[in-house]
Ligand binder design. Structure first.
Ligand SMILES: [Zn+2]
Length: 139
């Protein structure tokens, strides 16, 4: 499979096909585009090129590309969750939630729960429980 085919497939679903703004079809490699203004499109073009193995068979090439994009999506999702945590931590209405499996904890407001449902542990992928509010006096 040609690298250009992978890039075209990626561009076909990317907003305005912008991945192509960072791709040289003739040389079949990423190109600089300082005016582009879309670093995610640039990342996709570079990452697909970086992980591409011209000697691998078609199936392996596609699998590698899929893995690279899924891994990046996962990392971006983790960053979004972490930033959402910061936002919730800032709220005085936030309640502590804890993962029954690993003990990971986070604070969430009812507002964010209404939009997203109960929090899911980013480590174990299981439902988190509202931590009991204890009335024990601190000494
Ligand atoms: Zn957990």
């Amino acid at each position: 499979m040609k690298l250009n085919q992978l890039i075209c497939k990626a561009a076909s679903v990317y907003p305005d096909g912008f991945v192509l703004e960072y791709w040289d079809m003739g040389k079949e490699c990423p190109r600089e585009n300082p005016e582009g203004g879309d670093t995610l499109a640039q990342f996709i073009a570079r990452e697909l090129a970086d992980t591409y193995d011209s000697k691998a068979d078609d199936r392996m090439q596609v699998e590698t590309a899929v893995r690279a994009m899924e891994s990046a999506a996962e990392n971006i999702k983790d960053v979004a969750i972490a930033l959402e945590d910061v936002m919730d931590e800032l709220s005085p209405d936030a309640r502590p939630w804890i993962c029954p499996e690993c003990g990971f904890s986070m604070r969430r407001t009812y507002e964010s729960l209404a939009g997203n449902g109960g929090p899911i542990c980013p480590k174990c992928d299981c439902d988190m429980k509202l931590e009991e509010q204890s009335c024990v006096k601190k000494s």
